[in-house]
Design a protein around this ligand. Structure first.
Ligand SMILES: Nc1nc2c(ncn2[C@@H]2O[C@H](COP(=O)(O)OP(=O)(O)OP(=O)(O)O)[C@@H](O)[C@H]2O)c(=O)[nH]1
Ligand SMILES: [Mg+2]
Length: 435
């Protein structure tokens, strides 16, 4: 996805001098990519004209070259264009999901239920689709899998009654967050509107979310408007962003229709649900990560000496721990992950490290001798045993720390060797005053 634009950005960043012609070429690439991702033509031109005007202005902000300025500008404007990250309240009373056939309502009911359950809510779901055979079982199975309460009436043909009974039963079971999965239709007809209005009347949802599949592209805006006029939706969930290149069209059209996108579905699995955020989307689109916030965070958390060691791969295991503890807090590793050029991977286990694991690492390092800390390759099986006993951790923990340290070191070494003097890494080095 977005290959052409990424190539354009790459070319642009390699230029030594940037002039009107180059800026225009870049904007053409951007336009093409946006149109391909089904963004409305007028919106594309509005955006690109805005960028062009600002990109070519005479006075540049201090300390920036035109090239840097333009790249930042494209990045900022795109994020603005696609809408900011929404604020999601983590405790919500009642949520009604609606949408057309096959948009992903039932799957998303389960994904949302799981999301809110993990935030500490007692969640219940109600299956309210009385039309499609199998709708009841589909949601029940999902609910059982994620261990949330389920209510449905398999033989009932009265959606309103199901909602009423479900609400009563689930509230009695102390559910504080209840999600209703409604039936789909092939279009937003009076029949569907009436049913949703009736359900709303009984259920009194705090939130009404419209489920829209990404392949709907720019027509999502019209659909959002129509549902909004009919039943006052409070937000949109875009599903199947993993299997369609048209998400840009959905995000921009919903944003311009004034209905916020709140979540995105990124796959068929239960945990493939994310809070909508245009930043990673734009980063992916441009092939550059959020360099600015990376640099800001980097500055906050890294002192120069340490940073230099990290970037050159010459850090000790203690320094590694230090960085791990601060970097984990700032999300630095996951951002670096996005920066790595193709084929180079951040070890997954580093990204998955939890706070208590990092705490364990601290005890382990404290139990090492000075020699071992200086050269962890000395640590053989006997030493692992001794260290694990001394630190009150398992041998597996000790080996995991050693492995993680080795992996990150290897990765950084490879990374530095190839890329230290160019691309985003060069910028990062410069920011630290290292070249
Ligand atoms: N790849 C991908 N598939 C998804 C996603 N969300 C849902 N699906 C798939 O889309 C299909 C339809 O999903 P459902 O949740 O049954 O849709 P629905 O809106 O409840 O359908 P009806 O009740 O028939 O209107 C299923 O095969 C899901 O696995 C997603 O984010 N990514
Ligand atoms: Mg369904």
């Amino acid at each position: 996805m977005f290959e052409k634009l990424k190539e354009g950005i790459r070319k642009f960043s390699r230029l030594s001098l940037v002039d009107k012609e180059e800026v225009e070429a870049l904007i053409k690439d951007l336009q093409r990519e946006l149109l391909k991702s089904d963004v409305e033509v007028e919106l594309v031109f509005e955006l690109s004209n805005k960028i062009k005007k600002e990109a070519l202005k005479k006075e540049l902000p201090k300390g920036l070259t035109r090239k840097e300025y333009v790249l930042n500008l494209v990045y900022d404007k795109l994020i603005e264009f696609l809408g900011k990250k929404p604020e999601i309240k983590l405790e919500r009373g009642l949520i009604l999901l609606c949408g057309l056939f096959g948009s992903g309502k039932t799957t998303t009911t389960a994904k949302l239920a799981n999301f809110y359950r993990k935030k500490g809510n007692k969640v219940g779901v109600i299956s309210c689709d009385i039309y499609r055979a199998g709708a009841y079982d589909q949601l029940k199975q999902l609910a059982d899998k994620i261990k949330v309460d389920f209510y449905g009436e398999k033989k009932s043909k009265d959606a309103i009654k199901i909602v009423k009974n479900g609400l009563k039963t689930l509230k009695k079971n102390k559910c504080n967050l209840i999600i209703v999965d409604s039936a789909g239709r092939d279009s937003l007809n009076t029949n569907l509107i009436e049913e949703l209005k009736e359900i709303s009347k009984k259920f009194k949802p705090d939130e009404k979310y419209l489920i829209v599949p990404a392949d709907l592209g720019q027509t999502s805006g019209d659909q959002a408007k129509a549902f909004n006029d009919a039943i006052d939706i409070t937000g949109i969930i875009v599903t199947k962003t993993d299997s369609s290149a048209k998400a840009g069209g959905v995000f921009s059209s919903c944003f311009h229709a004034n209905v916020p996108v709140l979540f995105v579905g990124t796959g068929e699995k239960i945990d493939n649900l994310e809070i909508y955020d245009s930043v990673p989307f734009v980063s992916k689109m441009l092939g550059i990560p959020d360099l600015k916030s990376l640099l800001e965070k980097a500055k906050e958390n890294f002192d120069e000496d340490k940073a230099k060691k990290i970037l050159e791969g010459t850090f000790s295991i203690e320094e590694f721990y230090d960085q791990l503890a601060t970097a984990k807090k700032s999300g630095m590793f996951s951002q670096i992950k996005d920066m790595l050029p193709g084929g180079m991977k951040m070890p997954e286990n580093v990204l998955d490290l939890e706070g208590d694991k990092i705490e364990k690492f601290k005890y382990i390092i404290e139990s090492m001798t000075t020699k071992e800390r200086a050269d962890p390759s000395l640590i053989n099986r006997n030493r692992v045993l001794r260290i694990s006993k001394g630190s009150g951790t398992s041998e597996k923990d000790v080996r995991e720390l050693l492995k993680t340290y080795r992996q990150v070191k290897n990765m950084v070494n490879k990374f530095s060797g190839k890329n230290l003097r160019r691309g985003p890494m060069k910028k990062l080095m410069k920011q630290f005053g290292l070249n």
